[in-house]
Design a protein around this ligand. Sequence first.
Ligand SMILES: [Cu+2]
Length: 161
Amino acid sequence: MGQQPVGRQRRWARLGASLGAIALVMALGLMLGASGAIASPAPPETVAIHLGSVAGDLRFEPDQLSFRAGQRYRLVLDNPSPEKHYFTAKDFADGLWTQKVQAGGVEVKGAIHELELKPGATAEWVFVPERPGTYALHCAIAGHAEAGMVGQLEIEAAGQG
Ligand SMILES: [Cu+2]
């Protein structure tokens, strides 16, 4: 009999924690809704691309990437080479919705057209492709695209493949 109030208190504490979690989820939902996001409960699909190589090759590895419209992606870019490179794909970037770009402890929101990666740099670009098509990728450093630092980015229509 004397233990009943304690049990009741614990139940209330649990309920409070649950309500807090629900409030947090609702706040996140509102934030995403307000920014025009496609609410996707699934975690983003991770894709990696290297800009240049340790040996100094002027290429993207891989140089062909394929995405599905409507799916959320986390594109992890890194530059293992001794020189600076760019991930330049303006038309591709115009055909998607960027959630964020994260690099060096800084999170950038809003449209992105080009990413510059210094030697050893890493960046994460979280986006949802929207407009199907085949888009050109190149490095904007003088001479790099001419030397082969180009690639192809494909956005497939939702429901394909
Ligand atoms: Cu380059």
